[in-house]
Design a protein around this ligand. Sequence first.
Ligand SMILES: Cc1ncc(COP(=O)(O)O)c(C=O)c1O
Length: 360
Amino acid sequence: MNRVRNFCAGPCTLPVEVLAEVQDELLDYQGSGMSLIEMSHRSSDYDAVHSAALDRLRRTLEVPDEFEVLFLQGGALLQFAMVPMNLVPAGSSVGHVRSGAWGKAAHADAERVCSAYLAWDGTDHRFSRMPQPDEIEVRPGTRYVHVTSNETIEGIQLRSLPDLGVPLVVDISSDFLTQPIDWERVDLVYGGVQKNLGPAGLAVVVIRRSALEDCVAGLPSYLGYAGHAAAGSLLNTPPMFSIYVMEKMLRWIQDRGGLSGMAERATRRSNRIYDVIDSSSGFYTGPAQPQARSRTNLVFRLASPDLDGRFLAEARQSGLVNLKGHRSVGGMRASIYNAMPDEGVEELASFMRDFAGSAG
Ligand SMILES: Cc1ncc(COP(=O)(O)O)c(C=O)c1O
């Protein structure tokens, strides 16, 4: 076996221990004579996995009792529309923080289904920082303000959720389970799981029960949160494989200190790489302002874009892959999610230092 260090922005690396367990159970799940993904989603074997995953997600993310956890399909992208469809009654509006490419996309979809205004726009700052709370405009009649806690493409992150006097809706897709959530400030958080806690195919929505009760009625069945909540996220056939693997991944996270363990890992590991950048005498530069630097998506540029090809090729030879930045930003991006082993981060740090030494 020759596994690489995979810095992909998502889907991304999963722990070898989790993959090995899946492999081990694939042909015969706990003596049933079939794999879990061949079973009915109404079977008792699957039901046990489903309930355990819901329970583990709640405990690991430290979700208070007044919130409901839902497992949905359609990725985080569907939530860009589903959240306003459910939460915004006629006559209300929503404010959107356009902090980067994903915040921009969330606003664009919300505009298609409700009255949505820009509460803050980071375009002029080239998405290099997050807003201060007093820069965010909250208009009368605002149902919620939508923020993206971590902009995956630009590599900037909110360190804490702002108190705006109205509830927040937070897209936590790319820093899911890497920093605590201030639940008092939110009505809903959502994220795809394919970065920090499992394979693609599953989105998690955590919604305040009072907001659930007030959801807009009469939506088509899949689009209404209330139906999913009433059915325990078994309204229709769920993405069983993703839920099954995520349950194992959540166990892996719990064994490593849970949310606080993952938060400590994310801080320590991102600092390791930012230290290399900051001590490279300008060979590496990061477009994000230091106080907004993401702990999961580390975006940096080399002294010259002419060196990009060589950097990527030599990184590949060293077993470090998927470091190319998003095409809209250029440069490099190292996505360091929960499952990345510490050794992978150490290898990246020493590769970057050696490369700067030889090419700088
Ligand atoms: C912050 C953020 N929001 C939304 C999305 C879209 O997620 P999905 O592909 O699960 O629809 C992504 C995907 O990378 C993301 O990083």
